[in-house]
Design a protein around this ligand. Structure first.
Ligand code: VGL
Ligand code: ZN
Length: 208
């Protein structure tokens, strides 16, 4: 039997794409300890992107905020936030509707008591490998990113990716902001765009 042609693992322009889903966890969604307004709205959009990535053989990275209970990131430890995403807790679970493909690399962030760990690039895979090292090892040059929250972990991750030399497409309907101060999310978007992130609606992506 003749096999149908397989989709290319890399697009024609020589770039190699990975998808980055940032902190799509129960605690950042309605009902969670640090709920982002409409945080769960990103799930449907990200699922479509994750399915397409999987079909095309693109690696998927899913970060999760994964704090120790005594983190200095929390109000009681002198930080800014109510207790959220304590490692192993129910609130730290990925949103139950998020469909992470087989082979998704989980990136744990904020695991040290003295760090906020806002950036995916401060995080490590389960075997301790830093995210940047894994991306380089796999020849990834371009990241398609979405998740929570626009003004914290998405912002820090996207800015670090650009500083590290990666091309970044930020999916504007796959993100939502904490907006501790009104306008924080909009400001973060502008900052990422000015740094070189390409802002796209999911419908405009080349993934389909
Ligand atoms: C985040 C606030 C505190 C985030 C994490 O994922 O954006 N925000 N911890
Ligand atoms: Zn946190």
């Amino acid at each position: 039997m003749i096999e149908p042609p397989q989709p290319p693992a890399t697009p024609d322009d020589g770039t190699s794409i990975a998808v980055l889903a940032v902190d799509v966890q129960r605690d950042f969604c309605p009902g969670g300890a640090l709920a982002v307004a409409d945080g769960d709205r990103v799930v449907t959009v990200l699922n479509r992107i994750l399915d397409a990535a999987h079909t095309r053989g693109f690696p998927v990275y899913a970060t999760r905020d994964w704090h120790p209970p005594d983190s200095r990131h929390f109000l009681a430890g002198g930080g800014s936030w109510p207790v959220h995403c304590v490692a192993g807790s129910q609130g730290a679970q990925f949103h139950p509707d998020l469909r992470l493909p087989d082979g998704t690399q989980v990136v744990n962030t904020g695991t040290e008591a003295d760090s906020d760990g806002y950036s995916a690039f401060e995080g490590t895979l389960d075997d301790g490998t830093p995210l940047a090292e894994d991306l380089r090892r796999r020849g990834i040059t371009h990241m398609v990113a979405g998740g929570l929250a626009t003004d914290y972990c998405v912002r820090h991750s996207v800015l670090d990716a650009i500083r590290g030399g990666w091309r970044v497409t930020l999916v504007t309907d796959a993100i939502a902001a904490v907006d501790l101060k009104p306008g924080d999310g909009a400001h973060a978007l502008e900052e990422m765009r000015a740094a070189g992130a390409e802002l796209r609606q999911s419908t405009e992506l080349d993934l389909w």
